[in-house]
Every structure is written in structure tokens, then in C-alpha cells.
Design a protein around this ligand. Structure first.
Ligand SMILES: Cc1cc2nc3c(=O)[nH]c(=O)nc-3n(C[C@H](O)[C@H](O)[C@H](O)COP(=O)(O)OP(=O)(O)OC[C@H]3O[C@@H](n4cnc5c(N)ncnc54)[C@H](O)[C@@H]3O)c2cc1C
Ligand code: SF4
Ligand code: SF4
Length: 406
């Protein structure tokens, strides 16, 4: 199997998600993340990085390594499921603020928890993802110190590429407590970084995530605006969802033209999603190492219409459980009915299928002489062994065809 010798091997083998953590480690003068013609955020080594820095990157890059919940975070009363990992509680939950609930992705659980953390002074700021105010189709990492900053920039599902961790070392350098909200791959990278950088656990107090089906390459958003004959520099708002659940895909131009499309019609068939290869082989898209993972609760996996917004929460750690109870007690979120693992399976059939398929996909990569992701504590081999031979073969062969298209 070919191995990873340098940064471009991660990118060229389709393992990079464009999180920007390598840039954050090496510095912008050494590594720069930028949008590729294919619509992916990709890092480039612009001046030679030392072997020590490259090794640091290899040990945390979500393209090379992903691990489950650290042992010290697993409490004795945690339940465990082969697909969904460790959890202390499964429940419905949403923001009690009607405006936040309406305008956020699902029911505003993540924004609601973030605002609670800020207003209760448990953290100084939230590191999360928002729209670039000058180029609203693009996403940026953001540090928000109050409710207005947090909500004032499209802090809702951004389904395009986002370098969520490109300023993570800048956040650590501020020497202030903060919480990070991001995708499962981001959270795993932060947990791995915490093994070698003691500032992470000291300062980054909470890790909140969303269950993640993958993001769409930038070209999908470009095609969307072009279908209305709108150019990127004409945009004042670009929204994937929210203002309802799921809400509509919506754009507004600087001269006031508005266009929208139903959530389901934007996504359509899975084959048109333009999800990068790395997401198809993702060993943890369910936020195994976060304190809390938020998800949609559409039975069967896709919305049948609009509703008021009902998140489910997979609460994984004691810290996550305390946060949920404290935020509910302080009136920021509502905790609804308890859920069972079977409910979560029903809400997320695509995640169940991916978790079962991932090990076969990794095997397919290895057999095609392609490097794959090192994993630990994610049970993907155990799940593989429970699958039918036909299922595994199909997944193994399928990935071989995809490798050729990276
Ligand atoms: C790429 C992507 C894939 C998704 N796939 C699924 C899925 O498979 N199943 C599912 O149930 N839901 C999925 N979602 C939707 C979303 O996670 C849920 O709706 C979840 O319940 C959060 O809802 P909320 O109302 O609590 O979020 P909100 O309160 O609206 O908060 C959203 C938070 O997510 C952060 N965020 C937005 N976009 C990104 C991004 N690209 N990278 C990192 N952080 C981001 C924001 O900064 C904000 O903090 C996905 C979202 C994204 C961005
Ligand atoms: S750290 Fe992130 S941006 Fe850098 S190579 Fe890895 S996945 Fe890509
Ligand atoms: S599917 Fe996995 S790799 Fe892709 S964005 Fe989601 S968590 Fe990251």
C-alpha cells in the first residue's frame, strides 16, 4: 500500500477535508488552504515544512487518523451501541427562544447551547462556522463573544466546504476559555491535538457537534446560483437551510432579488450531492468524541415537510450531560422526550449504512494500493464482520471505482 510521505499525498489520495488544521499548526507562511477548481478547500505547502511539523500534522489530521471517545471521558454508566458508540442520554431537545429555533438549522440546539455557555460565562467565546460577510456563499471559522456575534452571520448548517480549524491555534493563543462547535471530523482532530498540546483541554472546555452526512463541493452552490443567473459577487445572503425546519435554500442579491428552492430539491438524489471522497469513507460522521451531538429527527431520514424544529441530542459525556441539564434549567433549551437507539437509527438510516460499510470501503482502498485512515475505538471492523459477504464485497468494489475519480 502506498504511504503518506507529504501533505500532497493526503490531498491527492482524497483524504483531506480542508479543515485547515495543518495551516493552523504550520502557519500561513508555510501552508495555505485555498479553494481548488473542483470546489474543495485544499492545503498547499508554500514553503518547506520540517519533518517535525509534518509528523505533528500526521498525528492529528482527520485525513490520516480518527479516534473515538477518549477512555477518560467514558463514564461507568455510559451505554454503548455498536453503531452509535457511547452515550449517556438520547433525547429530543431544541432552543426555547422561538426566533433562534425558527432561524437555526433544526431546532437551534447548538446555537442555544452556545448562547447559554456565553451568557452563563462558562466560556469567553465560541469558535464556530459562519458565512463570509463579503462572500456569503463561502464559510469561515469565527470567534463569537456574545449572542449578537454568534447569530449575526449564518451560524446554521453550512453544507459547503469550510476550513473550520484554520484558526484553532490562534484560539488557543488567546488564553481564554472557549467552546468549539463543528463537524465530527473536526472534533476528533481536536481530541487528538489535546494529547500533545495541554492548552486544548485547559481552554477548549466543550466540544459540540452535528451528525454529519458530509458536505457538498463548492461547485454545487455555484450551479445553484447560476441556475438563477446570479453571480457570486452579486450575493448578499446565501443560506442552505433554517428559517423553518428544514427551511428553504435561499439567496438574496445586493439589489434585492430573491430566489429559493425546497431543501429536498437542492439535495435530490444522493449521486448528485457532490460529497468529497473523504466523507464517503468517514469512520465517524456521528460525533463519537464530542460532548453532545445534535441531529435531525425526520423519520426515514428525510423531511416530509416543514415543522417547528426538533433536534435529537446524543449526549456522550458527563460534561455534555451537565451542560444539557444546566442549559435547560437556565431556560435556554428545552429537553423533550427520551429517545431509543432504534429512533436514532430511524432518523439516520444513511449513517447506519455508512458506519456498517466503512471498513469494507477502507479495505477496498488498501487493495487498490491507496492509503487509508487509521482508526481506533470506532468499531468499524466489528460491524464489518456482522455484514453479509455480498454487502461487504459490493462496498469494497464500489470504492475502487470511486478512487479513480478523486
Ligand atoms: C456538512 C453538514 C452535514 C450534515 N449532515 C447531517 C446529517 O447527516 N444528519 C443530520 O441529522 N443533520 C445533518 N446536518 C444538519 C445539522 O447538523 C442538524 O440539523 C443538527 O441537528 C444541528 O441543528 P441545530 O439547529 O442545533 O444547529 P444550529 O443551532 O443551527 O447550529 C449549527 C451549528 O453548526 C455549525 N456549522 C454549520 N455549518 C458547519 C460546517 N460546515 N462545519 C462546521 N460547523 C458548522 C454552526 O457554526 C453552528 O454552530 C448537517 C450539517 C452540516 C453542516
Ligand atoms: S489537517 Fe485538515 S486541511 Fe490539513 S491535510 Fe489534514 S484534513 Fe486536509
Ligand atoms: S462526513 Fe465525516 S469527513 Fe465528511 S464532513 Fe462529515 S464528519 Fe467530516
Amino acid at each position: 500500500m502506498s504511504s503518506i510521505e507529504n501533505l500532497s499525498d493526503i490531498v491527492d489520495n482524497g483524504l483531506c477535508i480542508g479543515c485547515g488544521l495543518c495551516q493552523s499548526i504550520a502557519g500561513k507562511d508555510k501552508i495555505k488552504v485555498s479553494m481548488s477548481p473542483k470546489g474543495r478547500l485544499e492545503p498547499k505547502e508554500i514553503s518547506k515544512i520540517s519533518p517535525e511539523v509534518f509528523n505533528k500534522i500526521l498525528n492529528i489530521c482527520p485525513g490520516t487518523i480518527v479516534e473515538g471517545l477518549p477512555k477518560e471521558e467514558v463514564t461507568s454508566d455510559a451505554k454503548h451501541n455498536l453503531v452509535w458508540g457511547y452515550y449517556l442520554s438520547l433525547c429530543y431537545s431544541w432552543s426555547t427562544d422561538k426566533k433562534i429555533r425558527f432561524e437555526s438549522s433544526t431546532g437551534g440546539l447548538l446555537n442555544g447551547l452556545s448562547i447559554y455557555l456565553l451568557e452563563s460565562k462558562k466560556v469567553k467565546f465560541i469558535m464556530h462556522t459562519a458565512a463570509d460577510s463579503k462572500k456569503p456563499m463561502r464559510s469561515l471559522s469565527k470567534f463569537s463573544y456574545n449572542k449578537e456575534e454568534l447569530l449575526g452571520g449564518e451560524s446554521r448548517s453550512r453544507y459547503g466546504p469550510a476550513a473550520t480549524l484554520d484558526r484553532f491555534h490562534e484560539a488557543l493563543g488567546l488564553n481564554q476559555s472557549f467552546a468549539f462547535v463543528g463537524k465530527p471530523c473536526d472534533i476528533s482532530a481536536i481530541r487528538l491535538l489535546s494529547k500533545t498540546d495541554s492548552r486544548v483541554n485547559k481552554l477548549c472546555k466543550y466540544l459540540l457537534t452535528l451528525v454529519c452526512g458530509g458536505f457538498a463541493e463548492f461547485t454545487k452552490a455555484q450551479d445553484f446560483i447560476e441556475s438563477f443567473k446570479v453571480k457570486e459577487d452579486e450575493l448578499s445572503i446565501f443560506r442552505y437551510r433554517g428559517f423553518g425546519n428544514p427551511g428553504r435554500m435561499y439567496i438574496k442579491t445586493k439589489d434585492g432579488r430573491e430566489y429559493d428552492r425546497e431543501y429536498n430539491s437542492f439535495w435530490g438524489e444522493e449521486s448528485t450531492w457532490r460529497v468529497p471522497f473523504r466523507c464517503k469513507i468517514c469512520p465517524d460522521a456521528i460525533g463519537e468524541s464530542a460532548d453532545v451531538a445534535a441531529l435531525d429527527t425526520w423519520r426515514g431520514g428525510s423531511p416530509k415537510g416543514e415543522d417547528e424544529g426538533f433536534n435529537a441530542a446524543i449526549v456522550r459525556t458527563k460534561k455534555g450531560l451537565d451542560l444539557m441539564y444546566d442549559a435547560a434549567k437556565a431556560g435556554f433549551i428545552h429537553i423533550g422526550d427520551k429517545l431509543k437507539i432504534e429512533d436514532i437509527d430511524d432518523f439516520q438510516p444513511h449513517q447506519v449504512n455508512k458506519k456498517k460499510a466503512v471498513y469494507a470501503r477502507h479495505l477496498g482502498m488498501t487493495k487498490n494500493d491507496s492509503p487509508t485512515i487509521n482508526t481506533k475505538g470506532l468499531r468499524i471492523k466489528e460491524l464489518y464482520k456482522l455484514n453479509s459477504e455480498d454487502f461487504n464485497k459490493k462496498e469494497e468494489l464500489g470504492v475502487g471505482k470511486r478512487i479513480k475519480k478523486i
